[in-house]
Write a protein that binds this ligand. Structure first.
Ligand code: P53
Length: 467
């Protein structure tokens, strides 16, 4: 038997998002984003969404881990790890502080020019998300976020400006991070961060959600077309939060219910990868009597603006029972935050997505949020993180070498410790690089290498053979 391996040009790297690392929330002409009005929370304690920045409240994203000033030092560490690529996002509010200006903010554009140059100096390919939960707050206050079709134009203007500016520096793009989070419209944080809309404040939250989604699908298609026009070498992908939901048992009703629940995810990639609304959604609208406003030409636009690849995050799987809904899977363990650890689910997810769309896939997030302990000698022995990543990488390699999935790369989440999205904590850590910064805002921001740093360095150097 011949030993098959990952392709030589496989994009190993790491991922973060602007608002979770940069800080400098009001520096360089940056305007406030929706993330700048999220207070700190904890496991089981929701982050509060305040209407504006309120004096005396704690907003962890204002400072984050100050990548804004530390990016040279941090990128040097990424180079030491051997990164082939680095995924982050462009903070929309650095480029268009309010969102509806006609002219971009040069200082913001310059920041990303400098940061991309620093990456390219080490041959690290930037992988860039246009909108990672950080739309301008002004667009929420003035226009009602993505409920307004006008926001499509503002987004496309932003996309065109950055495509034009970085067309010779950035090849891989994604439109909306985890666009499907807002399908869970009951949780205010998700709708607010995906789209600037708290769906439960609306008379018909689900209808509003579908209207918002339509606007984003149109915006995504327009961005794809703009990128092709500006530089055909650029590739624009979509981004899905992929948590497979298994039937709790082989009872036919459980199996059917799992299929129905998975449509809540596949809807997004069905539209963004195939270019049209799937039949099950059209029927859902018909049943509920939803009217989704569309303009002439939208349908064609969706068909023309399909994504070149599918980026996705994978952290966990779930199970579902027909009568009870989502339920813990007794066959897998969970993290301290209740996220169920399932490496095989990653291979399953890769196969499901590849067989459904037959387009390249990119694992743009995966990882283990955990409390880390700094020993007296300064070392951090995060064997639990190594175990999690090793097990997932093994399954990922099987998907490529056994199942034949076309996989572009792997960028574990929070390669440097950053602010948790769901809880706003620093103590929920993912990094290979530790940042001395704590939930109460204390810490000197110094960086240090965890045990997983040397381990991941070896993984990359051996192209996944030394695990
Ligand atoms: P934190 C749910 C399920 C899977 C991934 O999350 C998710 C979520 C929450 O939307 O979010 C992604 O920091 C997201 C990142 C986020 C990361 O997962 O709460 O794209 O911004 O930080 C991890 O532990």
């Amino acid at each position: 038997m011949k030993e098959l391996t990952l392709p030589k040009d496989f994009l190993w790297g790491g991922a973060v998002a602007a608002h979770q690392v940069e800080g400098g929330w009001n520096k360089g002409g940056k305007g406030p984003s929706v993330c700048d009005v999220l207070t700190g929370g904890a496991h089981g304690v929701s982050r509060e969404i305040t209407e504006q920045v309120v004096a005396g409240k704690y907003y962890p994203n204002h400072e984050a881990v100050d990548f804004y000033s530390h990016y040279k030092e941090d990128i040097k560490l990424f180079a030491e790890l051997g990164f082939k690529c680095f995924r982050t996002s462009i903070a929309w509010t650095r480029i268009f502080p309010q969102g509806d200006e006609l002219q971009p903010n040069e200082e913001g554009l310059q920041f990303y020019d400098d940061m991309f140059d620093e990456l390219l100096k080490y041959n690290i390919e930037p992988v860039i998300t246009l909108s990672h939960f950080e739309m301008p707050l002004h667009l929420v206050q003035q226009y009602g976020g993505w409920t307004s079709r006008r926001v499509v134009d503002f987004f496309v203007r932003f996309a065109e400006v950055v495509f034009e500016r970085y067309k010779n520096k950035v090849k891989y793009w994604m439109t909306f991070n985890e666009i499907n989070n807002q399908r869970n419209w009951r949780v205010p944080l998700f709708g607010y961060c995906c789209s600037g809309v708290v769906f439960t404040d609306h008379d018909n939250p689900q209808e509003t959600m579908y209207q918002v989604l339509h606007h984003q699908f149109v915006a995504s298609a327009l961005a794809v077309k703009a990128a092709r026009r500006i530089n055909p070498e650029m590739q624009v992908g979509c981004m899905l939060a992929m948590s497979p939901v298994y039937p709790f048992s082989c009872k036919p009703e459980d199996v059917m219910s799992a299929q129905e629940v998975m449509r809540e995810r596949y809807l997004f990639t069905d539209v963004q990868m195939r270019g049209y609304y799937p039949s099950y959604v059209l029927k859902e609208w018909e049943h509920h009597g939803f009217t989704i406003n569309m303009e002439a030409g939208d349908e064609q636009l969706l068909r023309e603006g399909t994504c070149a690849y599918l980026g996705f995050s994978y952290y966990m799987s779930n199970a579902v029972k027909a009568e009870e809904g989502k339920i813990a899977n007794p066959h897998v363990k969970a993290s301290d935050w209740g996220w169920q650890i399932d490496p095989v689910g990653l291979r399953y997810a890769l196969c499901e997505l590849y067989e459904r769309y037959q387009k390249p896939l990119f694992i743009v997030e995966n990882g283990f949020g955990a409390y880390d302990k700094v020993e007296d000698d300064g070392s951090i022995n995060d064997d639990y993180r190594i175990d999690y990543l090793r097990a997932h990488i093994k399954e990922m390699i099987k998907a490529v070498t056994v199942d034949g999935v076309d996989l572009m790369g792997y960028t574990p989440w929070g390669c440097i410790d950053c602010v948790s999205f769901t809880t706003g904590q620093y103590s929920k850590r993912y990094g290979f690089i530790y940042v001395n910064k704590h939930d109460d805002g204390t810490g000197d921001m110094s960086r240090s290498r965890k045990k997983s740093f040397a381990w991941y360095q070896g993984v990359i150097a051996s192209n996944g053979e030394s695990l």
